[in-house]
Write a protein that binds this ligand. Structure first.
Ligand code: CP
Length: 305
């Protein structure tokens, strides 16, 4: 049984194994009917931050694998609201569950949980830090659309300071050999010095830019993120940067070979007129979420499909 907390610890062999498992799940239609692979297991889905895609797709994935999904939504639903400590809450999950999927507002919460409990922990997003299963979905979507991850040019656009999805995607790319990676953001939303240092240390070839139009003709994949309003320490700082970038239909309409990723939710940074173009891969990401998360849960539970 294995934790799935930090994308830097999930190496290329594991990622490619998860792709193979996801392909098999889709080819055998396992993602659209109930299987008994994890029959009798209790999987706790503790979501202490809002979620649409991650929670629902994990819940479907767990049920398709034949396990029981025990879902907790919000701190008010458990005895944290009565003053129980997070540590004691984790101990209860450890006793009652066989695997924990955790979303939390604090950076490092999943790592802390993995250190506290004996059952496997899957990080479903911790603060502004990481969202590693989203990164596997993102890479799988690129692989399914373009047949490769190596050798492509990528632009990761938007809130590179606070978007955990962008952090995980960039760190996941360090397991591969992308050609060039452009990090495009307004100055206030540039990646932190620590992320820049980590990407450099891990050998990623990347360039910083503030202008999406400057890079758009050079890339095969554009990964757009929304501004993470909820992570700004100062609401006035959010107001200053709000609406400062947008990928429009006009920017990509002549690019037949480009794909656009977005982990969603979106606000105003992604033109809805792109939705019905061949470039839009963001609904594919949502479709791929169930088979990929089935693979991750099975892998973490130590079960081969
Ligand atoms: N992509 C993503 O994490 O979406 P949710 O916050 O809706 O789960």
């Amino acid at each position: 049984m294995r934790d799935f907390v930090d994308i830097t610890e999930i190496d290329r062999n594991i990622i490619e194994h998860l792709f193979e498992m996801s392909d098999m799940i889709i080819n055998r239609h396992m993602h659209i009917r109930k299987n008994n692979i994890l029959d009798g297991k209790n999987i706790i889905l503790a979501f202490f931050e809002p979620s649409t895609r991650t929670r629902l797709s994990f819940e479907i994935a767990v049920k398709r694998l034949g396990a029981d999904a025990l879902t907790v939504v919000g701190e008010e639903a458990v005895s944290l609201s009565k003053g129980e400590s997070f540590g004691d809450t984790l101990r209860m999950f450890d006793i009652l569950g066989d695997l924990l999927v955790l979303r939390h507002k604090y950076d490092g919460a999943a790592k802390y949980a993995a250190e506290m409990v004996k059952i496997p922990v899957i990080n479903a997003g911790d603060g502004k830090n990481q969202h590693p299963t989203q990164a596997i979905i993102d890479l799988y979507t690129v692989y399914k659309r373009l047949g490769q991850i190596d050798g492509l040019n990528y632009a990761v656009v938007g809130d590179l300071r606070y978007a955990r999805t962008a952090h995980s995607f960039l760190l996941a790319l360090t397991h591969f050999e992308p050609k060039n990676v452009y990090l495009v953001s307004p100055p206030q939303l540039k990646p932190s010095e620590s992320l820049i240092a980590e990407l450099r240390e891990r050998g990623l070839q990347f360039y910083l830019s503030e202008n999406l139009e400057e890079v758009i003709d050079m890339v095969d994949v554009i990964y757009v993120t929304r501004i993470q309003k909820e992570r700004f320490p100062d609401p006035e700082e959010y107001e200053k940067v709000k609406g400062s970038y947008r990928l429009t239909y006009e920017m990509i309409k002549n690019r037949k070979d480009i794909i656009v990723l977005h982990p969603l939710p979106r606000v105003d940074e992604l033109d809805t007129r792109i939705d019905n173009t061949q470039a839009a891969a963001y609904f594919d990401q949502v479709r791929n979420a169930v088979p990929v998360r089935m693979s991750v849960v099975a892998w973490s539970a130590g079960v081969e499909l």
